[in-house]
Design a binder for this molecule. Structure first.
Ligand code: ZN
Ligand code: ZN
Length: 64
């Protein structure tokens, strides 16, 4: 199970795909302006979401 955890307060969330229930995998997306955004995507290509944020920063993925 993929677990995102906040380094500051310790809050954690489990992120899974709503369609196939697979744990989301950590990935990065590079925007047109060169900014890298941390994202989570379904390993079965059902889509991707921005990584959860807490305390103003991206939560880190324990299986990254
Ligand atoms: Zn936090
Ligand atoms: Zn999926």
């Amino acid at each position: 199970m993929a677990t995102y955890e906040c380094e500051k307060c310790g809050m954690s969330v489990n992120a899974t795909c709503g369609k196939c229930d697979a744990p989301l995998v950590n990935d990065t997306l590079t925007l047109d302006n060169g900014t890298e955004v941390q994202i989570s995507r379904c390993p079965n290509d059902h889509g991707k979401i921005k990584s959860p944020m807490c305390c103003g920063q991206d939560m880190s993925c324990s299986i990254a």
